[in-house]
Design a protein around this ligand. Sequence first.
Ligand SMILES: *[C@@H]1O[C@H](CO)[C@@H](O)[C@H](O)[C@H]1NC(C)=O
Ligand SMILES: *[C@@H]1O[C@H](CO)[C@@H](O)[C@H](O)[C@H]1NC(C)=O
Ligand SMILES: *[C@@H]1O[C@H](CO)[C@@H](O)[C@H](O)[C@H]1NC(C)=O
Ligand SMILES: *[C@@H]1O[C@H](CO)[C@@H](O)[C@H](O)[C@H]1NC(C)=O
Ligand SMILES: *[C@@H]1O[C@H](CO)[C@@H](O)[C@H](O)[C@H]1NC(C)=O
Ligand SMILES: *[C@@H]1O[C@H](CO)[C@@H](O)[C@H](O)[C@H]1NC(C)=O
Ligand SMILES: *[C@@H]1O[C@H](CO)[C@@H](O)[C@H](O)[C@H]1NC(C)=O
Ligand SMILES: *[C@@H]1O[C@H](CO)[C@@H](O)[C@H](O)[C@H]1NC(C)=O
Ligand SMILES: *[C@@H]1O[C@H](CO)[C@@H](O)[C@H](O)[C@H]1NC(C)=O
Length: 610
Amino acid sequence: MFSVTPAQFWIRWRVLSLLIAAVTSSSETSRACPPSCRCNSSALVIDCWGSQLTSVPDGLPQEAKLLNLSKNAIKTLVHQQFHMLTPLLHLDLSNNLLVLIEADAFLGLQNLLTLNISHNHLKIIPVGAFVGLSSLKLLDISSNQLLVFLDFTFRDLTSLQFCKASDNSFVFISHQAFYGLSSLRELDLDGFNLTVVPTEALNQLGRLRSLSFRRLGTTTLPNHSFSSLVQLKDLVVSQCPRLERLSANSLFGLNLTSLSITHCNLGGVPYVPLHHLVYLVHLDLSFNPITYIHGNLLKDLLRLEEFHLVGGSLIQVEVGAFEGLLHLNLLNVSRNHLTTLEAGAFQSADGLKALGLDGNPLACDCRLLWVVRRRLLLDFGGNPPTCTTSVQLQGWNFLDFSDDELLKLLTCHRPRILNSKRQDVMVDQGHTAVLHCGAEGDPLPSIHWLNPQLRQVPPVGRIRALTNGTLEVRFAQPHDSGAYICVTSNAGGNDSLRVSLHVQALPSPSKNRFALHGWSVLPSPSPGGIGNPKLPFDVKTLLIAATIGFLSFFSSVSVCFVFMFFWSKGKGQIKHTATIAYVPRSAVSSSSNKAAGSYMETGRFTMKLI
Ligand SMILES: *[C@@H]1O[C@H](CO)[C@@H](O)[C@H](O)[C@H]1NC(C)=O
Ligand SMILES: *[C@@H]1O[C@H](CO)[C@@H](O)[C@H](O)[C@H]1NC(C)=O
Ligand SMILES: *[C@@H]1O[C@H](CO)[C@@H](O)[C@H](O)[C@H]1NC(C)=O
Ligand SMILES: *[C@@H]1O[C@H](CO)[C@@H](O)[C@H](O)[C@H]1NC(C)=O
Ligand SMILES: *[C@@H]1O[C@H](CO)[C@@H](O)[C@H](O)[C@H]1NC(C)=O
Ligand SMILES: *[C@@H]1O[C@H](CO)[C@@H](O)[C@H](O)[C@H]1NC(C)=O
Ligand SMILES: *[C@@H]1O[C@H](CO)[C@@H](O)[C@H](O)[C@H]1NC(C)=O
Ligand SMILES: *[C@@H]1O[C@H](CO)[C@@H](O)[C@H](O)[C@H]1NC(C)=O
Ligand SMILES: *[C@@H]1O[C@H](CO)[C@@H](O)[C@H](O)[C@H]1NC(C)=O
């Protein structure tokens, strides 16, 4: 054991230093610099950084403007801890072990501008902790373990403009938590354990211009999440692996110029929630599993200048994707799965100044000629794109091309239909007709079919275009006959092929024919029909139909009969036979307008109860 405890040593040292101070300068009214701190009296700085202090030292020089207590082991701040330091402007308490801040701890610091309490162990901030900080502009409470913001926590911080509260574990933010923050312009929050967006609390922040949610625990951004933040310009939502979609009206009420939703789980560009953001300049949807940018759906974003979708799952940027975006000058789609990017995606590819396209499996053909042509004007962000899929150009960097090579190397081959002999396909009614169409070309051409009415055949339905280029007509009908056109096209051009389909009608002379669409009556066969005069229906079909009809009729009659039996038993009168008259279907329909009963004698049927 030392004979002198640290406290005693401290007191002695202070007495000594006070004496020295009094001797050296009689005008010096302040107290001296605490041991283990470094004081600069001309800059009015007390620097106690990294001094293993376990509490705030007493008797700090009162005229100090900056007190740096960062990187110590301070655990609590007591009531009126700093009340003598009225001129203090900056207080740094970051990197301590703070678990408790008592109410009124900062009372008296009415000139304080910045307060840093980040990297501590606070779980809660008691109401009243920030009383007296009427000039505070910046508050950093990030990297604590804060769970809740209680009502009126920030009530006295009427000058606060910047509040950093990220890297905490909020589970709840009370409705009135942000009450009083009438000057707040920037707020960083962490919402990983929040299951709802704290819309009510945020509604108090009418002056907010920048809001950042690092992490957000919800799967959807609900409607009207930020509806009162009318001055908000910049919204950042990042690192939210659960967030899959934005509700249609989630961004309603906002008039943003910059929006980032990055490192989330969005499967598509949120076209509908975005469409009213006509002042949006900067849009960043990077690191979301987005596969397509569809044509013509972003055109409401009239003022958009930058679009970032780095590290997504893009496989296609459709032609017309940036239609209407006259001011777009930066597109960054680095690190996706794009094989190409056509100039047709842009309203004007000439307006583009920066293009991030590296890290994509690019096929270097005529579709990328426009990029290579503008390679010296475009800013590739330090990573020029490289050719990947073409064997000949594998690994070529876009800056490697010389002008005379361009047209020779970046070529497309117009598609050519294989077996392009005129085809005629004949098929009997009710059978499946298959029309083949194969094509070659570079890049691989797309194939679609036009029907005789020149409308594109859809990929599903009775008549459908399969993905391998084959057209399939199932249960072919005479009216399906006609000329079908296979059209194949790629960036190099197009080719087409006409195929005639003839569907042979089956001859059907009788009016009671059993056709494909159920019990419908077919017109008499065309005289030119090839079919030989067969029976209008075969006996087997008729027998099955008759049996099915009779069985169902018989079963309903039996049910009635059983019912009648029990009923009559209940009445005590037993009748052992029942006579049931029935009218066949055709008779009913033909007699429907005539007097009831006139044709009722058509059939009669007697059952006997055993
Ligand atoms: C005190 O601060 C002033 C102004 O920042 C600086 O010029 C001076 O060197 C500092 N003095 C000491 C002893 O660090
Ligand atoms: C406190 O000191 C540390 C270490 O020198 C420094 O990094 C930090 O910026 C200082 N804090 C303030 C508010 O100046
Ligand atoms: C607060 O302190 C931490 C740790 O020293 C530092 O990283 C952070 O930038 C400071 N905050 C502000 C707003 O200066
Ligand atoms: C917050 O979420 C993380 C990850 O799910 C979890 O480990 C942590 O315990 C949660 N904190 C609270 C206070 O619920
Ligand atoms: C959001 O608003 C849209 C449009 O009013 C509505 O169709 C949709 O159902 C709403 N979604 C939710 C989750 O309330
Ligand atoms: C939206 O913001 C722009 C500037 O960012 C501003 O010029 C415009 O007036 C705002 N519109 C509304 C309705 O507040
Ligand atoms: C695109 O984003 C990546 C990753 O953030 C960056 O390295 C690159 O410089 C950007 N490219 C352009 C053209 O801005
Ligand atoms: C395309 O697929 C269908 C069904 O999968 C098959 O019947 C047809 O023969 C295929 N066509 C070609 C050209 O391979
Ligand atoms: C096919 O190419 C010709 C010119 O070669 C063009 O006029 C025509 O519009 C193209 N047809 C289709 C369907 O793309």
